[in-house]
Structures are given as structure tokens and as C-alpha cells.
Design a protein around this ligand. Structure first.
Ligand code: JFZ
Length: 328
């Protein structure tokens, strides 16, 4: 019997995608542009954080649903680029911290069905393309932070919402949406995300296990990453998730991966020109591979649905190297 983790241990290279309402803004709102540094003053300045960092009121940010209209989105083209780069799996933000679902969710109206794309099943199209090209696929799901649901967690520099009932969010949105993702798309992995002090309080071992057991009940193949509870992942997770752009120097005792950016930001930022060279990124890939780890390299597609040209160029350069050195 093949272990469910075996494909992951051999995969080495995957594509990560951050795409959602924040992509429409590309790092700028009302003439204000976010810094193009990943972390400044200990805070995330990533483009997908624009709602919080520029303090955009919920009603203004949520109005972006009317503008999410990626007319040039073509799932086949994205996944073909990943395949040609030598990537073996694909992970996309099904829901990031802003709370917006990139699929038609039954438990929330803050989703793709509220956009001009209603009727299109973006995640389904991507899943079909992954199957066509033989890539494994999974979803980033923000199980802890949710800036739309009145009871979801919000960033650490803000006081907790008054009389927040996290359990309500957990039962009403977080768990049901994870269930939907598994039942509709049968993912090979789920990418959960926690990191700070507040996560310790909210993602208790009991909630962590509740979520893990839900995934296990619904799927016999779906892998779970260590950031489901970075402070205390327990023994049931399938692989470790390094910090963003962090490359371990030693061997680790579980399968692992590094989530990495090509420039500073994850989501599209029109003024972030800090592109790493393909050579640099190949060195990270090889370094991780030599220690049994994977390299999950991120792209932030543009609001029209296309991949940024500097990202495409790097994927193709890396793919050219992979053609001759990628496989034994
Ligand atoms: C998280 C997200 O907030 C971010 O938007 C992106 O999705 C990334 C892959 O994951 O970013 C982090 C994770 C960990 C820390 C900071 C930002 N940390 O430990 O300080």
C-alpha cells in the first residue's frame, strides 16, 4: 500500500497562488500604496493584507466583489506553466484572511457567486487542469483569521472584537467551508495558517484536533500542514511548514516544505519589483531537495487572471534547468 504522503516526499517543487479580492487593488488603495517590503515593524505588508494595513472599511473592501472579473483567466494556462516548470503540485488561496471564498459557498454569500464571474467554478477549472497535467492540488484555507465574519479572528495589533464568539465563527463558517472544499474538490492537501499569540488562544489543541478529525473523516488522502497550529501542531499533521522564505540548514524528522515568494509580496503588488533571480530560486530548490524538503513557490496573478510576465519568465527559466537536471 502506498503511503498517502509519498507523492509529497518526492514532489520537491510546487506552485502556490495568492489570488482574491485584494488582487484587484495590487497594493494601492485611494492613492496610497503599501510598502513593498514583506515585513516592516514586525507587521505583514503583503498585498493580500491591504484591507487591514490601509484600514479599508469593511463595506468599501467588500464592494470589490463587483469588480472581481478576471476576463483573461485560463486555468489550463496556469497549470501548463507549472507543469513546464517541473512543478508537481498546486496550492491556491480558496479563502485568505479577508474571508472571501473563491468558490460558491453554501454557508457564506461573500464568495465568487457574488462577483461578475457567478456561474464559473474557478477552483473546479483549476482542479480539472491539475488532473489533466498530472499535478496534485490543494487549498490554502484561513481557518483562524476571518475579517468578514463578525466572530472571526483579526490581526494582533487590533483589540479583539467586542464580545467575539469565536466558536460561532468556527462552527458556522470555518468547519463547514473546509467540509465543502473536501466534498466538492477532493484536495490532496490543505494549507492552514497560524502564527501569533492569539492563535494559541483560539486554535486550542481541542479545535486543532476537531479540524484534523473532520478532514480525516472526509478524506483518506488529504494531507494537513503544520501551520494548522504552529504553536502546537501535535502528532497528527502530515508535514511541517517552514516560516515564509525560511530554509532549514539541517535535516528534519518529518516531511516539510518552504513557502516562498518570487518578489516580496504573495498577492499581486503592482509596485513590488524585488524579483529574485531564477538562479537564486533554483539554489533554494536544490538546497531544500538535498534535505528532503519541498519548495512551494508563489505567484500573485493579476486581477485580469493572467500571471505577471516577470513570474512567467522565471518559471520558464527554472523549467529549462529542470528539463536537464530535474529528474533522476
Ligand atoms: C501568512 C499570511 O498572513 C500571508 O498573507 C501569506 O498567506 C503567508 C503564506 O502566510 O503570513 C505570515 C506567516 C507567518 C508570519 C507572518 C506572516 N510570522 O510568523 O510572523
Amino acid at each position: 500500500e502506498v503511503e498517502k504522503i509519498s507523492w509529497f516526499k518526492e514532489a520537491r517543487f510546487g506552485m502556490f497562488v495568492h489570488w482574491g479580492l485584494y488582487s484587484i487593488l495590487g497594493g494601492t488603495y485611494n492613492g496610497r500604496t503599501m510598502p513593498d517590503t514583506a515585513l516592516a515593524n514586525g507587521k505583514s505588508w503583503y498585498a493580500e493584507w491591504i484591507q487591514q494595513r490601509l484600514e479599508i472599511p469593511n463595506n468599501e473592501y467588500q464592494a470589490l466583489v463587483e469588480k472581481f472579473n478576471p476576463s483573461r483567466f485560463n486555468a489550463d494556462e496556469w497549470i501548463k506553466e507549472a507543469k513546464n516548470a517541473g512543478m508537481k503540485y498546486f496550492v491556491i488561496t480558496a479563502k485568505h484572511h479577508d474571508g472571501f471564498a473563491l468558490w460558491d459557498s453554501n454557508v457564506s454569500n461573500y464568495d465568487i457567486a457574488a462577483t461578475p464571474l457567478r456561474g464559473r467554478d474557478i477552483l473546479g477549472e483549476l482542479v480539472d487542469a491539475c488532473k489533466k497535467y498530472g499535478l496534485k492540488y490543494g487549498f490554502y484555507y484561513s481557518h483562524w483569521q476571518d475579517w468578514e465574519h463578525p466572530n472571526g479572528a483579526i490581526p494582533y495589533w487590533k483589540p479583539a472584537r467586542k464580545s467575539r464568539d469565536f466558536e460561532k465563527y468556527w462552527k458556522e463558517k470555518s468547519l463547514p467551508q473546509v467540509q465543502e472544499l473536501i466534498e466538492r474538490y477532493d484536495p490532496d492537501l490543505l494549507w492552514f495558517d497560524t502564527w501569533d499569540e492569539e492563535a494559541k488562544e483560539l486554535i486550542t489543541p481541542a479545535r486543532r484536533d476537531e479540524l484534523i478529525h473532520l478532514v480525516r473523516k472526509l478524506s483518506s488522502k488529504c494531507l494537513i500542514n503544520g501551520r494548522i497550529a504552529m504553536h502546537d501542531p501535535g502528532n497528527e499533521i502530515d508535514f511541517l511548514e517552514m516560516m515564509d522564505n525560511a530554509y532549514p540548514k539541517q535535516l528534519l524528522d518529518k516531511p516539510w516544505q518552504t513557502p516562498a515568494t518570487m518578489n516580496h509580496t504573495w498577492a499581486w503588488h503592482s509596485k513590488d519589483f524585488n524579483w529574485k533571480s531564477s538562479g537564486q530560486m533554483l539554489r533554494y530548490l536544490v538546497s531544500n531537495a538535498s534535505k528532503g524538503g519541498n519548495y512551494l513557490l508563489n505567484i500573485g496573478p493579476k486581477p485580469d487572471g493572467t500571471l505577471p510576465p516577470p513570474a512567467i519568465r522565471r518559471l520558464r527559466e527554472m523549467g529549462a534547468w529542470m528539463l536537464t537536471h530535474g529528474e533522476a
